[in-house]
Design a protein around this ligand. Structure first.
Ligand code: AHR
Length: 505
């Protein structure tokens, strides 16, 4: 019997925000220096931006880019990175053990986001930084003229404010590894006061609180989220969550199920937010949303040596990783009512979809599903899709290094999200997790008929371990023959083994 996917355009979940397809640029390894920024390289432009990297970034269509960290930000003092480059101090970078030249800072990043046409999202230092420093950063970037830091920006050659709208109140402050780590109560109080000063400086900004990132067995992530939300429920706009997964024991089916854990965590936090919103005093503001502002696969470059220095976290990806990313993206779309932002960590070289050496780049496997989603899957209503396919149970397994364990039952081989646009277009994104079998599937339209044809885009490769490198790309998007549906309520399509497919029509 065929698998079934039922599409009912009346059963909507929420609007799919374009910010689900963001990325992240941290001063870590070769993400900034030797990644997006490489002055003196023949491939760089007059600003020092690598043009080949930039072309791949623009094609990826990152809709919002977070900066400058990550763990880096918790000992970053933004004033080090503005003004004449020769006057900027070299600093010990303690999170990832590098020398930070500060040649790239606020204004260089803003030049970059303007070139690539994306939304900037800044993170302030809630570790070793002060609430005053956070306020002054907003003044420097967002106040047109008058006060000292606004005038300083003008002196630095930027007469107009940058108007940075999205600001997070620190990074992973629940993590014992974070510089200046605080307990939940202390973090929440500091973040509330920072929020107050930042909002007084520019009332139009949106604030993101640092939710739980520590899911180690001995941590209590939901308690952290509860305390932070309780204290900040009236003032912040998002709660940030982070998740990295891996396949350290080389178990394909366990690994394929990891996006469902992101979904479980989303549901848990959504419940908490709902409860908080019932008691919040937010005036006209939207409810608090979830920002999964770091997610990815990261387990290979995770030893002491591979996590430090100039070549840190240079994970190379394969097809199974691309399928897990597709699963993450499906989970984000399925929860589009509450998830309004997500950022793949990171953008270039460091656990990233784009990999650069001095003389060229290649696109990693995970680039392709993200690109398909970023180019297509937003601006419509996420649909509550009915999926009927065979299922499997996982073993009990570690989600990734340093992560908690999971065990999941009834994991469907087909993982699906769908979106409907007002112009009548339907988008159906399908991961076939089955390792060997193509799955013949009836796509059933429950409200009216499908008409015309679906464009079909597929990400696949010769086998699940196939990857990309400078010699070529074994895993990428291939446009297949269109799927004609005529004018009917049902069409059958066979999703190939270990594949991701986007149907658009
Ligand atoms: O993205 C790499 C690191 O992962 C970030 O700096 C940190 O926030 C997380 O632990």
């Amino acid at each position: 019997q065929n698998a079934r996917i039922k599409i009912d355009v009346d059963r909507t979940v929420g609007n799919v925000h374009e910010h689900l397809y963001g990325n992240f640029v941290e001063h870590l390894g070769r993400c900034v220096y030797g990644g997006i920024y490489d002055p003196g390289n023949p491939l760089s432009d007059e600003n020092g931006f690598r043009t080949d990297v930039m072309e791949a970034v623009v094609d990826l269509n990152p809709t919002i880019v977070r900066y400058p960290g990550g763990n880096f930000v918790s000992n970053y003092h933004w004033k080090d990175g503005v003004g004449p480059v020769d006057d900027r101090p070299d600093r010990m970078e303690l999170a990832w053990n590098r020398l930070e030249s500060n040649h790239f800072g606020t204004n260089e990043f803003m030049d970059y986001v303007k070139e690539i046409g994306t939304e900037p999202y800044f993170s302030v230092n809630m570790g070793t930084g002060t609430i005053e420093e956070a306020q002054q950063w907003v003044e420097y970037t967002n106040v047109k003229e008058g006060p000292y830091y606004a005038e300083l920006r003008k002196q630095h050659g930027y007469p107009e404010p940058h108007n940075i709208k999205y600001w997070s109140l620190g990074n992973e402050m629940d993590g014992f590894w974070q510089m200046g780590h605080l307990n939940a109560e202390d973090y929440a109080k500091k973040a509330r006061e920072a929020a107050k000063l930042m909002q007084l400086t520019d009332p139009s900004i949106k604030l993101i609180a640092a939710g739980a990132s520590n899911f180690r067995p001995d941590a209590n992530p939901m308690e952290w989220n509860r305390v932070v939300l309780e204290e900040l429920k009236d003032v912040v706009d998002y709660l940030a969550l982070h998740m990295y997964v891996g396949n350290p024991n080389d178990n394909y089916y366990n690994f394929m199920a990891t996006p469902l854990v992101l979904e479980q965590r989303t549901h848990l936090v959504k419940g908490l937010i709902d409860e908080m919103m019932s008691r919040a005093d937010r005036g006209e503001r939207d409810p608090i949303y979830i920002a999964w502002d770091e997610y990815n696969i990261w387990y290979r470059w995770r030893s002491e040596e591979t996590m430090t220095g100039t070549r840190a976290l240079e994970e190379k990806y394969n097809l199974e990783d691309a399928l897990v990313i597709s699963g993450f993206l499906n989970a984000l779309v399925r929860n589009a009512d509450v998830v309004k932002m997500a950022n793949m960590a990171q953008l270039v070289n460091v656990i990233a979809p784009i990999f650069a050496e001095e003389d060229g780049i290649f696109r990693q496997t995970i680039y392709y599903p993200l690109q398909l989603f970023a180019q297509n899957m937003h601006g419509g209503e996420s649909l509550d899709v009915y999926v009927d396919s065979d299922t499997y149970d996982t073993e009990r397994f570690f989600l990734g290094l340093g992560e908690s364990q999971a065990q999941l039952q009834d994991v469907p081989y087909l993982d699906v999200s769908a979106m409907y646009k007002e112009n009548g277009e339907v988008y159906i994104a399908v991961v076939n997790r089955h390792l060997e079998d193509a799955l013949a599937t009836d796509l059933i339209c429950q409200t009216g008929n499908f008409t015309g044809e679906f464009e079909v885009y597929e990400v696949n490769g010769p086998d699940i371990k196939a990857g990309n490198d400078f010699s070529g790309e074994q895993v990428r998007t291939v446009k297949k023959e269109n799927l004609a549906v005529g004018d009917g309520e049902r069409v059958t399509y066979s999703f190939p083994a270990h594949s991701f497919t986007l149907l658009k029509g």
